[in-house]
Design a protein around this ligand. Structure first.
Ligand code: 2PG
Ligand code: MG
Length: 429
């Protein structure tokens, strides 16, 4: 018997921030240590993501996860019982083999990810160290730059505006805690500006203000105004990061901006984005083009990749092979890392390792459907990714992550280093 061998695995159905079912796994080790983790769920998903297994029965609009829960309590539990949780790579390999499909279609990435993450939590508990330290060792002391949403949009706001995330980062902040303080002020002032213009219409899926705008660009203007009114210098102290999530309104090189009743080709969309970069203090753009538009991605990266960070989310789906392919064609310079796009911690980490090999930056990211689970905070610190995207600055499932990061920074004390914008992606050519 080894203290970190798996004694038992149990899954249950719990509920996410959208009131939808999701999978929680709980692993007990032979020494009695327990680890627990919950799978998140996306709304704007890449087609090459690992498969999220939903029952498809009439219950909860087909979204129930009792099959995935059953897989953990049955097949996965039997296969991993007695295995060492200490060897994350071997455990994840076992999950992949057991599933046997290229994309976790049989067991479900929601089942495998919950187990993969719960195992890491259990070992950290057994070793009595925080998860980030178990993952990255004592030298993993880099606190990430937070990317925080001020206005939601796209699939997270009934497509009220086309662009999905209007976010801020704080290049001028001295540490993580200060970046949160500044963002809190910007968020509050953005609310005040919206209120002056008309009734506040609440918040979008990830907690950003509801985007009651006449054009996409008006959101950018309002964001700059909020930064200024909060007392910060746009660009130098607080800058803008966007997730265009272009796969949601574009395919085969055609893009439809519904709000502005405009149809554009790739170059037309690139032109719009380049104008925005000239006009507004934008330092990062995610999924500027659709997942099927690698050529557009490469053209945009040639045009702007030395000035700003260009992030592949739907485009790269946290996949090491796709990261290498993108690098070979000069498309994007940064990968978004979402563990449930792959379904195990090891595969997600592989994408980050591939990114480092090819000179790409990395951003660990939540999904729009989240819970109180804070694993991603520990991944960001443990992997030294340097950036963390969690959604906005309201709603418990978002604040759980920001607050956990504050605890980590406090615990690291004088050893904590703040990534600032040093970890941002920039193309080298
Ligand atoms: C994204 C995420 C988070 P979703 O596109 O980056 O904002 O959204 O989880 O819906 O894919
Ligand atoms: Mg995205």
């Amino acid at each position: 018997m080894n203290p970190q061998d798996i004694r038992s695995i149990h899954a249950r159905r719990v509920w996410d921030s959208r009131g939808r079912p999701t999978v929680e796994a709980e692993i007990t080790l032979d020494d009695g240590a327990v680890g627990r983790a919950i799978a998140p769920a996306g709304a704007s998903k890449g087609t090459r993501e690992a498969h999220e297994l939903r029952d498809g029965t009439p219950r909860f609009g087909g979204l129930d996860v009792m099959q995935a829960v059953g897989h953990v309590n049955g097949e996965i539990g039997r296969a991993l019982s007695g295995a060492s949780a200490r060897d994350q790579a071997a455990l994840d390999r076992r999950l992949i083999e057991l599933d046997g499909t290229p994309n976790k279609t049989r067991l479900g990435a929601n089942a495998t990810l919950a187990v993969s993450m719960a195992a890491a939590h259990a070992v950290a508990a057994s070793l009595r160290v925080p998860l980030h330290e178990y993952i990255g060792g004592a030298e993993a002391t880099l606190m990430p730059m937070p990317q925080i949403q001020i206005f939601g949009g796209g699939a997270h706001a009934g497509r009220r505006v086309d662009i999905q995330d209007f976010m801020v980062v704080c290049p001028g902040a001295r540490n993580f805690a200060e970046a949160l303080e500044w963002t809190a002020e910007v968020y509050r002032h953005a609310g005040l500006v919206m209120q002056e213009r008309g009734p506040l219409r609440g918040v979008a899926d990830e907690g950003g203000w509801w985007p009651d705008f006449a054009t996409n660009e008006q959101a950018l203007e309002t964001l700059v105004e909020a930064i200024e009114r909060a007392g910060y210098a746009p660009g130098a102290q607080v800058a803008i990061a966007l997730d265009i999530a272009a796969s949601e309104f574009g395919r085969a090189g055609r893009y439809t901006l519904g709000l502005e009743s405009r149809e554009l080709d790739s170059d037309g969309l690139i032109e719009v984005l380049l104008r925005w970069i000239d006009r507004y203090p934008i330092v990062s753009i995610e999924d500027p083009l659709a997942e099927d538009d690698a050529e557009g991605f490469a053209r945009f990266t040639r045009a702007a990749g030395q000035r700003i960070q260009i992030v592949g989310d739907d485009f790269l789906v946290s996949d090491a092979t796709l990261v290498r392919e993108a690098a070979a064609r000069g498309a994007a310079n940064t990968v978004l890392l979402k563990p449930n796009q792959r379904g195990t911690l090891s595969e997600t980490r592989d994408a980050w390792l591939a990114a480092q090999e090819v000179g790409y930056a990395g951003i660990v990211s939540a999904r729009s459907g989240e819970t109180e689970d804070t694993t991603i905070v520990h991944l960001a610190v443990g992997w030294g990714a340097g950036q963390l995207k969690v959604g906005s600055f309201t709603r418990g499932e978002r604040m759980a992550k920001w607050n956990e990061a504050l605890r980590v920074e406090e615990r690291l004390g004088a050893r904590a280093r703040f990534a600032g914008t040093t970890a941002f992606g920039r193309s080298r050519r």
